[in-house]
Design a protein around this ligand. Structure first.
Ligand SMILES: Nc1ncnc2c1ncn2[C@@H]1O[C@H](COP(=O)(O)OP(=O)(O)OP(=O)(O)O)[C@@H](O)[C@H]1O
Length: 262
């Protein structure tokens, strides 16, 4: 059966979209509880496709995916264990910050007082407790992303799926949010699956990186990032950090070359 503490299993997964695009081929990976695992790969290699499958958004055409030993769709329908954060914060413009975070809790019909306490707690975690009444149009890109993360955390998920959440942010905001995300990950004991094509971001955040090859996406290599947490921004000047960046870049280049060969 499954590996101990396994929370996600990609079992020789293939995905061919209608129209014939082969996005994933024989993608095989086991994710362990509590990991911060990044999917790193060139554009179009199937990172989002793989992540979306974990959330039950799209099914494998070969092999299968299981999440907490269940089919992803069952997990999403029956539990709040999985939350998804996209690159676009997707906030409702007519709802203020607090009400945006409360929305999924309202939809689940929970106790109003408890829901509000939860929303306030997660908004404090992301540093927005002084902006509860602000509307999305009054927020910067970084603040919108913080609301989106808070909304995902409000459900107390066991696993957070993040698809290039910081891709549209400026470098300083991106670094601040990376630090905050690591704090949250450690506080909440979650598993995080994170999609990026940024090598520095992958090395800074991850306990393990899954490097993917150019389309059709396969798992090209797995790199354990053996740098202790908590990680400060200064870790980027550490020679070991630079070595990991070089290593991941090499793997990325090799996996991208494969496209031209094959
Ligand atoms: N719904 C869809 N229908 C048809 N083809 C799709 C669909 N979604 C993705 N694809 C194709 O599948 C391939 C993989 O896409 P995917 O978005 O998973 O890659 P990615 O690695 O996340 O890319 P990027 O880094 O550019 O976001 C691409 O060629 C894409 O055009």
């Amino acid at each position: 059966m499954g590996v101990a503490n396994e929370v996600v299993s990609f079992n020789h997964v293939g995905k061919t979209y209608t129209g014939g695009t082969v996005a994933l081929s024989d993608f095989h990976l086991s994710v362990k509880e509590g990991e911060f695992l990044s999917f790193l790969g060139p554009s179009g290699c199937g990172k989002s496709t793989a992540l979306r499958m974990v959330a039950g958004l799209g099914e494998a055409t070969d092999g299968d995916v299981s999440v907490f030993n269940k089919k992803p769709k069952e997990m999403i329908q029956q539990t709040n264990d999985i939350a998804f954060v996209f690159q676009d914060a997707n906030l409702l413009p007519w709802r203020n910050v607090l009400d945006n975070v409360l929305l999924p809790l309202e939809l689940r019909g929970g106790n109003k007082k408890e829901s509000k306490q939860t929303a306030l707690r997660v908004l404090e975690m992301v540093g927005l407790k002084d902006h509860l009444k602000s509307y999305p149009r009054q927020l910067s890109g970084g603040m919108k992303m913080r609301v989106s993360i808070a909304r995902a955390l409000a459900a107390k998920p066991r696993m957070l799926l993040m698809d290039e959440p910081f891709g549209a942010l400026d470098e300083i905001t991106r670094q601040t949010l990376q630090m905050e995300l690591l704090d949250i990950w450690q506080q909440e004991n979650m598993t995080v699956l994170f999609v990026t094509h940024n090598v520095y971001e992958a090395v800074f955040l991850s306990s393990r990186i899954a490097v993917m090859s150019a389309r059709p996406g396969r798992l090209s290599s797995l790199i354990d990032i053996d740098l202790p947490y908590p990680r400060e921004l200064s870790v980027r000047t550490n020679p070991t950090f630079t070595e990991y960046v070089d290593l991941a870049s090499d793997h990325l280049e090799t996996s991208s070359d494969r496209k031209e060969i094959g």
